[in-house]
Design a binder for this molecule. Structure first.
Ligand code: C2O
Length: 506
């Protein structure tokens, strides 16, 4: 493979994507950050320079490459205090990884505290020259086809804790239009003679979005960096924080159409908020006679809002190609995770324990010889898993503040049972890395994956405010094999320069 090398300067900068100016944390001064892209099989070398100084937001940082499995490179995964210490101001950290076999739509974001809500997030795409769905689309260029959805707040994110606080604005490709005022919005120009592969990325910290394009159906071909069997005639995608979809749009009648991202909020889970923070952009056909204009439909008038007839249901998505045998069972391979909100402590718990960062990153604890869940910190938040087994994780029930987008690092997983579905599928389930859980009483969500990637992997709710309230665990996968599997590895001083001397390592 080739080499994709990038430098990300992490800076504070005042921006006003919705007309309100506030300081933020950005990669290379833009929101979202620059596209990082490569071809399947490439090596990624990304130099992260921390140039932060604004103490109203974290001045230390790390970056996570969401959806990249990090085989042999667990140390480059990014979550602070799981695989490395935070990068402190004026320091640099080189992330260096390959993603053999992976292609699709990914993203990167800060994995320190709630910092990505303050702006440190951007797209990462791995293009596959032999994409199996290549013949379904004509255009997949970086300038046109990446659509990112972000929630945006007028205060630093940590001031919003514990929340929930509705976002001020929904940004589509970082432009928004709050409260109906006529600010700039994103216009995506398309050639009506071509078929487009759009790559939809939710970079949300909190709400999920009902995404649609007026007058257009979508054929879904990818979920979270894995190809799916094409699923056509979808007119609405409910996308949870951190999820991605690729879809192909068939051309309709030339015109100007609203692209909508209606945020769904806590306490208002059945009705999208279509009045104050509806995300809007315009799909515009080129080569039209007459000048382009804002669509004639009033996007804030619910009587003019198209009603979806065929919204995406996760259980209708199927992984493209061969699915391994998922029915193999083993004794230590079933985990049940009970998620709850503790109203007294104001935190989230997993099986009764709220996650707090250890002072020594879990990876370094493992390299130092701690292998069992009893030895590894944080206590009761680390689960050790055996190597080369099919693991099943069940996540039952209704959870306060849900649904919750649960993300596992280091693996994509098969969704055997989706939220709201009472059937299980081990034959051709969807393969993804973030799944919605905890929507209703009696709901059970079940995932399976194979432990082929030794290392400590955090699993957490991707509502960033919930992660900050302890909604996480670490799966320590085959800890005794980590030293051999994760190699070569930077020195302790490179992974944790904030220590003068790390305790008891040599
Ligand atoms: Cu998007 Cu812990 O990750």
């Amino acid at each position: 493979g080739g080499l994709s090398s990038t430098t990300l300067n992490i800076v504070n900068k005042a921006i006003s994507p919705d007309g309100f100016s506030r300081d933020s944390v950005l990669a290379n001064g833009t929101h979202p950050g620059p596209l990082i892209s490569g071809l399947k099989g490439d090596t990624f070398q990304i130099n992260v320079n921390n140039q932060l100084h604004d103490n109203s937001m974290n001045t230390s940082t790390t970056v996570h490459w969401h959806g990249i499995d990090q085989h042999h490179t667990n140390w480059a995964d990014g979550p602070a205090f799981v695989t490395q210490c935070p990068i402190i101001p004026d320091n640099t950290f080189l992330y260096n990884f390959t993603a053999p076999g992976q292609a699709g739509t990914f993203w990167y974001h800060s994995h320190e505290s709630v910092q990505y809500c303050d702006g440190l997030r951007g797209p990462l795409v791995i293009y596959d020259p032999d994409d199996p769905h290549k013949d379904l689309y004509d255009v997949d260029d970086a300038d046109t086809t990446i659509i990112s959805l972000s929630d945006w707040y007028h205060s630093p994110a940590h001031e919003l804790l514990p929340g929930p606080i509705p976002p001020n604005t929904t940004l589509i490709n970082s432009l928004g239009r709050p409260d109906g005022s006529n600010l700039s919005i994103t216009v995506i120009e398309v050639d009506p003679t071509k078929r487009y592969r759009f790559r939809l990325i939710s970079m949300s910290c909190h709400p999920y979005f009902d995404f649609s394009i007026d007058g257009h159906n979508m054929t879904i071909i990818e979920a979270d960096g894995s190809s799916t069997d094409p699923l056509s005639d979808i007119d609405q995608i409910r996308i949870y924080p951190a999820q991605r979809y690729s879809f192909v749009v068939r051309i309709s009648t030339p015109g100007d159409y609203w692209i909508r991202a209606a945020p769904l909020q806590l306490g208002n889970t059945s009705n999208p908020d279509t009045t104050t923070s509806l995300g809007l952009a315009i799909l515009r056909y080129t080569n039209q006679t007459g000048s382009a204009q804002v669509p004639s439909v009033d996007p804030y008038d619910s009587s003019q809002t198209p009603i979806p007839v065929n919204p995406l249901l996760e259980q209708n998505l199927h992984a493209y190609g061969d699915v391994p045998d998922l029915d193999e069972e083993c004794d230590d391979c079933k985990l049940i995770l009970d998620f709850a909100f503790n109203f007294t402590a104001v935190d989230f718990t997993v099986n009764g324990t709220s996650y707090v960062n250890p002072t020594v990153p879990v990876l370094l604890q493992i390299l130092n010889g701690s292998y069992t869940a009893q030895e590894l910190l944080p206590h009761h938040s680390v689960y050790t898993l055996p190597r080369n087994q099919t693991i099943e994780i069940s996540m039952p029930g209704l959870v306060t503040g849900g649904p919750h987008p649960i993300h596992l690092h280091g693996h994509s997983f098969y969704v055997i049972q989706s939220m709201g579905s009472d059937t299980t599928n081990t034959v051709n389930p969807v393969l993804r890395d973030t799944v919605a859980v905890g929507g209703a009483t009696g709901d059970n969500v079940v995932i399976r994956f194979r432990t082929d990637n030794p290392g400590p992997w955090i699993m957490h709710c991707h509502i960033d405010f919930h992660l900050a309230l302890g909604f996480a665990i670490v799966l320590a996968e085959a800890p005794e094999d980590v030293a051999e599997y994760v190699a070569p590895i930077p020195t302790w001083d490179e992974l944790c320069p904030i220590w003068d001397k790390a305790p008891s390592h040599n």
